[in-house]
Write a protein that binds this ligand. Structure first.
Ligand SMILES: NC(=O)c1ccc[n+]([C@@H]2O[C@H](COP(=O)([O-])OP(=O)(O)OC[C@H]3O[C@@H](n4cnc5c(N)ncnc54)[C@H](OP(=O)(O)O)[C@@H]3O)[C@@H](O)[C@H]2O)c1
Length: 272
């Protein structure tokens, strides 16, 4: 496993995502993922599976301190009144006194950045989380976040071979921040891509494994693929025994010309 070290945090570069996994699937798959060797788990208030994720960690036998656990505060809970009570509820559901990383899931046009970042810092000061960060924040929003003085470590955003995130990625590197790639395999759509397939043939890897390798070979990039199938989850973890050449990295970089965004809800900010 490759770790990303950022501002004192050590985070396994490959994590396991739990979006759209219902209680039963989340419990089963998180336990199986921990058993396979994953040590970085991503959940959110919105996913309605924090209880099952927490239970899976306890049942796995892996010490809580060995797992890097992230949850996210949903947009409806960003106000001063709702923020901290919602985090307390998340911790109760997770059955843990803390998370490793607490993220603002989406900005909310109704709540000023300064208000929710103030609450996020309070959550950190109370020991509810070791590290803080944001998700779905553009460079314009990150300017506001950083102006508050909050010491964030990551922006979790959509990133896979078919989207161009150059502007945001450069911004994050300039500010010593990591990029956590969500929907890292374009929700399965990287399968069948001829460039990824021909590169994979050389290493006996599939398009998804090549994509995950491409992500974690980039500076300060983490990836959190999700799967509801043990076989897929295991195969996605099998990416640490080969290395893409600079030329292969560039061939995959060139796919971003498609610039297709998969996650774009009505409440999304104006993207970079
Ligand atoms: N912050 C945010 O707003 C945000 C938004 C979206 C996602 N996320 C996080 O990022 C995680 C990952 O993103 P995502 O869930 O959108 O999509 P993803 O990880 O890019 O793709 C998941 C899809 O790929 C399929 N898949 C996985 N491994 C496979 C394999 N080896 N072979 C074939 N198909 C495979 C899965 O199907 P099977 O179940 O059949 O394997 C599933 O349909 C989420 O779970 C969540 O934790 C965050």
């Amino acid at each position: 496993m490759k770790d990303i070290k950022i501002k004192g945090a050590t985070i396994p570069a490959l994590g396991f995502g739990t979006f759209q996994l219902d209680s039963e699937a989340a419990n089963h798959m998180v336990k199986a993922a921990l058993n396979e060797g994953y040590r970085h788990i991503d959940t959110a208030q919105m996913y309605k599976n924090e209880e099952s994720v927490g239970k899976a960690i306890r049942e796995s036998g892996v010490p809580r301190s060995d797992v890097f656990l992230t949850t996210k505060v949903m947009p409806g809970n960003l106000s001063k009144k709702d923020f901290l009570p919602s985090v307390e509820e998340s911790l109760q559901k997770l059955g843990s006194e803390y998370v490793d990383l607490l993220l603002i899931h989406w900005p909310n046009a109704e709540v000023p950045v300064e208000e929710y970042m103030g609450e996020l810092v309070k959550a950190q000061e109370k020991g509810y989380t070791k590290y803080i960060g944001v998700s779905n924040h553009t460079t314009a929003l990150l300017d506001k976040v950083l102006a508050t003085g909050a010491d964030i470590i990551t922006d979790q955003v959509e990133y896979h071979p078919f989207i161009n995130q150059d502007k945001l990625h450069h911004y994050l590197l300039e500010h010593d921040l990591s990029l956590t790639a969500y929907s890292p395999i374009a929700q399965g759509k990287v399968m069948g891509n001829s460039t990824l397939k021909s590169i994979g043939d050389k290493y006996n890897k599939n398009e998804i494994q090549v994509t995950l390798r491409w992500l974690i070979q980039q500076e300060a990039v983490l990836a959190i693929p999700r799967s509801s199938k043990e076989q897929h989850m295991k195969s996605n973890f099998n990416i640490f025994d080969f290395e893409l050449t600079p030329d292969e990295m560039q061939q995959i970089d060139a796919l971003k010309q498609e610039n297709k965004r998969l996650i774009n809800p009505s409440w999304a900010p104006e993207w970079d």
